[in-house]
Design a protein around this ligand. Structure first.
Ligand code: AMP
Length: 430
């Protein structure tokens, strides 16, 4: 019988990894509490119509990535219904806001969630079909100040604090404004006009987007299209006075709080419901999937779902990517042994042990290899665990001159045994 495996794009997290996941979640909960957010847990599956309306039929998520099925009626009183595993959590949170009439309180609702999301994407490092998001939403009636640019800046400052407290260094905040629905319509027209004479030179996806939703052309990753995209108008030129003032107030508050950002005119985000502020935090250590988190303002979403006017702003961070980033940062800072001693053949094991004892007694951190290993295997093990490798062969034993290779510089040096401890105690690369 063939053995069963976890489905493509899904993973088991074993105890060696769950410790880090729990640490990340504990830090997130602690920071959210200080900013006075409360936790919300919405169902993992919802009516398909929620995502079709709340995320947008035109998006990649809804058009090709959702896990959707017809759920058969179990009783006469039930109807067969189209259900979908949630691909994101904002639509579910806003549905719950409407369903429980949270706006009636007159207060801003500050809600966070942690949980699995599902998208049928092409799996690769940092991109899975089941992944976990940590997210938060600030939503409420206009009278509660939900449209205020201070809310945007507060959420961004909270994110900077959250990443710092998680130990994620070296992130970049990219910021933009996509304006109001009217601004976007105006910008779409400007893009359509600018694209008309050049679009036949672009990829097939862009040719389709130029007709259906020109804004999406800015998301194109095809290298040959980039010089053309660079010549297109930028959305900041299409913003009306109110949107400009709003964005200026967001950046002024960020400056006051000392949160660094860069303006990215092409950041329009993949989801239809965004208005005004959009943002992404990226990290260089992640490779192709470099987005740690994304978010923005969605002033019209509640109404799109049949609810009252309830402007809001929120974000979703990819927990899997936080884990990858922290693992890479920790690996880079993990202490390495001063030396790895590689005996050349089993017969030299005793001599290698004697040398290791000598160096350890001199206060060095030493890893002892195994003479039964081939030299290549010893080098690989040494490279992972130590800054230098010391070769202990028959010649070295007789002459008392050892060969030391420094992994940082690639330099190979002959060192007399009596000077070895002093040589190895120098920092790597010297
Ligand atoms: P989005 O909901 O598309 O704005 O994504 C928000 C964040 O969730 C991204 O910045 C990623 O960190 C993470 N994310 C989105 N899709 C995936 C995926 N398929 N696998 C892992 N993380 C993801």
């Amino acid at each position: 019988m063939s053995t069963l495996k976890a489905v493509r794009g899904t993973r088991d997290l074993l105890p060696s990894e769950t410790a880090l996941w729990n640490r990340i979640e504990a830090t997130a909960r602690a920071v959210f509490a200080r900013y006075n957010f409360g936790e919300i847990r919405t169902p993992v599956f919802e009516d398909t119509a929620l995502f079709a309306r709340g995320v947008g039929e035109e998006t990649d998520i809804v058009s090709k990535e959702m896990y959707t099925w017809e759920d058969r009626a179990r009783a006469q009183s039930e109807k067969t219904q189209s259900l979908t595993l949630r691909p994101e959590n904002t639509a579910g949170v806003v549905r719950a806001y409407i369903e429980h009439q949270l706006g009636e309180t007159g207060q801003l609702q500050k809600l966070y969630y942690i949980g699995p999301q599902f998208r049928r994407e092409r799996p690769q490092k940092g991109r899975y079909r089941q992944f976990s998001q940590i997210g938060a939403e600030v939503i409420g009636p206009t009278s509660a100040g939900s449209e205020s640019p201070l809310r945007d800046a507060e959420v961004l400052e909270m994110l900077a604090t959250l990443l710092d407290e998680m130990g994620i260094t070296g992130w970049t905040l990219e910021l933009n404004s996509v304006g109001s629905a009217a601004d976007r319509a105006r910008y779409n027209e400007a893009l359509r006009a600018a694209l008309a004479p050049v679009v036949d030179k672009m990829c097939v996806d862009c040719q389709r987007r130029a007709v259906t939703n020109p804004l999406r052309v800015l998301d194109c990753k095809v290298a040959a299209d980039q010089p053309i995209i660079d010549t297109l108008p930028v959305i900041s030129d299409s913003l009306d006075e109110a949107s400009r003032v709003h964005f200026a107030a967001v950046t002024a508050a960020l400056d006051a709080a000392g949160v660094a950002y860069t303006r990215n005119h092409r950041l329009v985000r993949g989801l239809d419901y965004y208005t005004r502020t959009t943002f992404e935090f990226t990290h260089g250590g992640l490779g192709a999937q470099n987005a740690l988190l994304g978010g923005g303002r969605y002033d019209g979403l509640s109404e799109m779902l049949g609810g009252p006017r309830a402007p809001g702003i929120g974000f979703a961070m990819g927990e899997d990517r936080l884990v990858l980033t922290l693992q890479a940062l920790e690996a880079a800072h993990a202490p390495k042994a001063d030396a790895f001693i590689a005996p050349l053949g089993e017969g030299l094991n005793p001599a290698a042990l004697a040398l290791a004892k000598e160096l350890r007694r001199a206060g060095l951190r030493v890893e002892l290899g195994e003479g039964g290993f081939r030299l290549k295997k010893s080098f690989e093990a040494a490279d992972k665990t130590a800054r230098r490798i010391v070769i202990m062969g028959e010649d070295e034993l007789q002459s008392g001159i050892l060969t030391v290779k420094d992994f940082a510089t690639g330099l190979q040096t002959k060192v007399p045994r009596a000077e070895l401890a002093v040589f190895l105690s120098k920092p790597a690369g010297e």
